[in-house]
Design a protein around this ligand. Structure first.
Ligand code: GH3
Ligand code: MG
Ligand code: MG
Length: 384
């Protein structure tokens, strides 16, 4: 049995979809990284400014310069990724590692840097550092929510060092703030997870809609029994081919052929409907084997098939029709233990001029087919 369309390979499909979603996450991180690239060094500079009076200036300079350097690296990376993002075959996995790697290292630079800049001697300075670090945590969650791992790694690097430092202080107010930081981060992670879930679901749904639409479109245009184009698809493409000749203006030969299985009713009556169907599939198979992919052909009725052959001379078309006729004549159809042969008749018509439409052309081919039937079947006839 010829399945008109192979069923989609489910695991292969799922893998492909996962890859697409992964690519989209990377793309989202990329799109959203424009602001954070600048906000990270600006935030660092602002914090340095705020700490100027209470912290060693050389350290502040060094730390801010590090942030600027990391921002520059990301800027270059963004430029390069922007150039390849829409190109087929972009290795999203590689960019994903690079993006997460740099975003996480900036988080770490911030987090570790913040602890090294902390001045325990000052009564207010650590709280300022704490505030800046938590602001950065919020910004990271907001910016990269589509990519949970990016958020988890960057936020852990950012928040863990300061939170630990606060937790280890003997004073209650420090410890309370450490607990607050943990709650803040947990709630943030939780919401990132939820967002990510909806992100995946949206893409999955969009993908399923696309797949179903393609499937519906394909099945509306193909003949279920033979897998060939059905009447509608054949007609659309045939019209286009005929109009192509009209548009070209020059002398371009085009031939239409109608094929009709001889005494098909007899096959059905003698062997059964299933054997008739087997003959139809054998016919379709022969067409697929011998007719060029660029030609238009399909099953237009019960046991009727039609071809539109653009840029084909009458001689070539006749040679093809004869080859098809021979091939069918020789072919033994075997179905459920019964073997039989059948023949087919052919009617051909050459496009008269650029004004002739497919309907008129096929009507003439049909007349020729009628002549072929009259003259004994299993033959090729040309419309006058
Ligand atoms: P001729 O040589 O003059 O073409 O005779 P014929 O028997 O082929 O033509 P006729 O038009 O008398 O019979 C066509 C038969 O095709 C009748 C119909 O039952 C059968 N048929 C139409 N569609 C299908 C199909 O999808 N499967 C099968 N098995 N038979 C079909
Ligand atoms: Mg027939
Ligand atoms: Mg018929």
């Amino acid at each position: 049995m010829h399945a008109p369309e192979a069923p989609s390979d489910a695991p292969e499909h799922a893998r492909e979809l996962d890859e697409t979603i992964r690519g989209e996450r990377v793309r989202y991180v990329f799109l959203n990284s424009a602001l954070p690239i600048f906000f990270s060094p600006i935030g660092g500079a602002l914090m340095s400014l705020a700490l100027m009076e209470t912290t060693d200036r050389h350290r502040l300079w060094l730390w801010t310069a590090g942030l600027v350097a990391l921002a520059l690296i990301r800027l270059v990376m963004r430029q390069r990724f922007g150039a390849v993002i829409s190109r087929a075959g972009t290795d999203f996995g590689r960019w994903e590692r690079l993006f997460i790697g740099t975003i996480a290292s900036i988080g770490l630079w911030w987090g570790v840097g913040a602890v090294l800049l902390l001045n325990p001697a000052s009564p207010t300075q650590p709280f300022m550092v704490y505030a800046f670090v938590m602001l950065m945590v919020g910004g990271t969650i907001a910016s990269y929510s589509a990519h949970p791992w990016c958020v988890y790694l960057a936020v852990l690097g950012l928040a863990l060092p300061t939170t630990l430092w606060f937790a280890l202080q003997p004073t209650t107010v420090h410890r309370v703030l450490a607990v607050g930081a943990v709650m803040y981060v947990v709630a943030g992670f939780r919401s990132v997870r939820t967002l990510s879930h909806f992100f995946t679901r949206t893409y999955r749904l969009a993908h399923e809609v696309r797949v179903e639409r393609d499937r519906a479109e394909r099945s509306a245009r193909s003949d279920f029994l033979t897998g060939l184009d059905n009447r509608r698809a054949f007609w659309e493409q045939g019209e286009r081919a005929v109009q192509g000749v009209a548009g070209a203006g020059a002398e371009r030969p085009l031939v239409a052929v109608i094929v009709d299985i001889d005494h098909f009713k007899r096959i059905n009556d003698t062997h059964g409907h299933a054997h008739g169907d087997a003959a139809l599939r054998a016919m379709a198979d022969t067409l697929r084997q011998l007719v060029r992919k660029t030609d238009v052909f399909g099953r237009i009725g019960g046991e009727e098939f039609a071809l539109v052959l653009p840029d084909t001379t009458l001689e070539d078309a006749r040679a093809l029709a004869e080859r098809l006729r021979e091939h069918i004549l020789q072919r033994v159809v075997a179905h459920e233990g019964v073997s039989f042969r059948f023949t087919a008749s052919f009617g051909m018509a050459v496009l008269r001029d650029a004004d002739e439409r497919l309907e008129a052309l096929l009507a003439r081919a049909d007349e020729a087919l009628y002549t072929a039937k009259e003259r004994g079947r299993n033959r090729v006839e040309l419309a006058p």
